[in-house]
Write a protein that binds this ligand. Structure first.
Ligand SMILES: [Zn+2]
Length: 217
């Protein structure tokens, strides 16, 4: 049997997707890798089928698209990654082999998502520690003293930020994705704010306060 047949026989699209970090949801769906898919609409099984753009194919087509490589390279990559022996394996040109492995450092969609999630998480962790500082630093010293605005902000927003962090750390995948998507602009503002006012603590806290009040949930 030739390389292509061996691979098609032994590797399903679902196995390839999981191997390369794309975890299907409970319905066996992932985000389509052929079109800009907002929510998972690609069914992965033995073959893939996208309900959004209608594309379909086997594990080799899938892998070729995912890593942006040719079908032959994709078939060899799958054979290597799934330990499938094929005739002519050792005769494969070393150049081809190198070009396949050279693609590896490129981030997969899953790795890109992990990065985005981490960035969001960091931004909110920073914001959390800022709010905790305010809560302590601006706490009223006496019973009659009027509450400082930052103290009230901290009280009000801590629970919101903690709620976001709870989702980012312990939520299920769909909730995390929804939150990252919804709050992405805000995260960029928090980071921008940090950069602009680095070293100028007072100004930084003022601006962060003005510009990054999370809307309530
Ligand atoms: Zn699609």
């Amino acid at each position: 049997m030739g390389l292509f047949d061996e691979v098609k026989q032994n590797v399903t699209v679902r196995q390839a997707a999981e191997r390369y970090g794309l975890k299907p949801n409970r319905s066996g769906l992932i985000r389509c890798i052929f079109h800009n898919d907002k929510s998972p609409s690609m069914k992965v099984d033995r073959r893939y089928y996208c309900f959004g753009c209608g594309c379909t194919g086997d594990a080799i087509d899938f892998t070729a698209q995912l890593f942006d490589i040719g079908l032959k390279d994709a078939a060899m990559k799958l054979a290597d990654d799934f330990g499938i022996p094929y005739s002519g394996r050792d005769r494969g040109s070393p150049q081809n082999r190198r070009s396949v492995s050279a693609k590896k450092p490129e981030p997969t969609p899953e790795e890109l998502w992990q990065k985005k999630h981490l960035r969001c998480l960091r931004a909110y962790l920073d914001y959390l520690s800022l709010l905790l500082e305010w809560k302590e630093q601006y706490a009223p010293k006496t019973r009659t003293e009027e509450w400082h605005e930052k103290f009230m902000t901290a009280l009000r927003e801590l629970s919101v930020v903690e709620y976001y962090l709870d989702i980012l750390l312990f939520g299920d995948r769909a909730d995390k994705e929804a939150l990252v998507k919804e709050k992405w602009k805000e995260v960029e503002r928090i980071e921008q704010c940090e950069r602009e006012d680095k070293g100028d603590r007072h100004k930084r806290t003022e601006r962060c306060h003005e510009r990054n009040v999370p809307d309530g949930r």
